[in-house]
Design a protein around this ligand. Sequence first.
Ligand code: LHQ
Length: 261
Amino acid sequence: MTKESSVLSEIGGGVAVVTLNRPDKLNAFNEEMHLALRAVLERAEADSSVRALLLTGAGRGFCAGQDLGDRNVSGDVDLGHTLENFYNPLIRKLRALPLPVVCAVNGVAAGAGANIALACDIVLAARSAKFVQAFCRLGLVPDSGGTYSLPRLVGEARAKGLALLGEPLTAERAEAWGLIWRAVDDEALMEEARKLATHLATQPTAGLAKSKQAIQASLDNDLDAQLDLERDLQREAGRSADYREGVAAFMEKRAAVFQGR
Ligand code: LHQ
């Protein structure tokens, strides 16, 4: 286990477990935590042994968004600068990582914290966790991709309800609405999340990355463009060692051993 300031990271069994670690602030982000997380994500991406990433939070919260005590709001503040330099690169990185990103929402996910969770590929949440689009309470706009992901995941009516009212959404309702993959009993969350990430780490990583890429692209493509993209990605996937192994394993009635490429 290495300690990278306010973010912990542990690599083993093909999985990088990344833990936001400012529990006394419910893992709210300051610049140091952004830089630490960026370094950890870059290291994980560069490490070919890492084939799945698991993001979670230390203590009783997942992430309370921006650390509201971290900046002087009385002067001329430029929150656009903060988004451009910290939150937007983080969301782009999570979406572009060529491996599955599992998020274990262990407690409250508020403001940018909620939308960072929603930028991950498979979101599990503890039954006691809540999602809060807290921005409206501060006169702010949902950021970190919230205005992109919310209407796509739950539709305009629910996206607007969440964004304009800022009411906490329970994990169970988030699952029922299709905002997240699954709500899990609190005690079982980390075991379930590790099991899922460990399973994903044994799968055809490059193929999963292409599936992630295609599904993300579909939200902005028409059918023709999407069919073309599927053709191109499938052409590449069909040349992979994992495709050959998958077919061989099927024919030989044995479990496949994928290399991730
Ligand atoms: C916090 C925070 C926090 C500091 C709890 N900061 N200390 C991007 C670009 C640039 C700027 C602006 O924003 C953004 C995006 C954003 O993320 S804006 C949205 C920012 N986040 C929020 O508005 C959420 C603020 N927090 C809350 O509403 C509550 O703390 C929630 C609902 C998350 C949890 O409530 P409780 O479970 O009742 O916990 P608590 O309020 O007692 O918090 C525990 C401690 O954590 C407490 O400190 P203390 O010293 O009193 O124990 C809080 O002050 C601290 N904390 N969130 N964002």
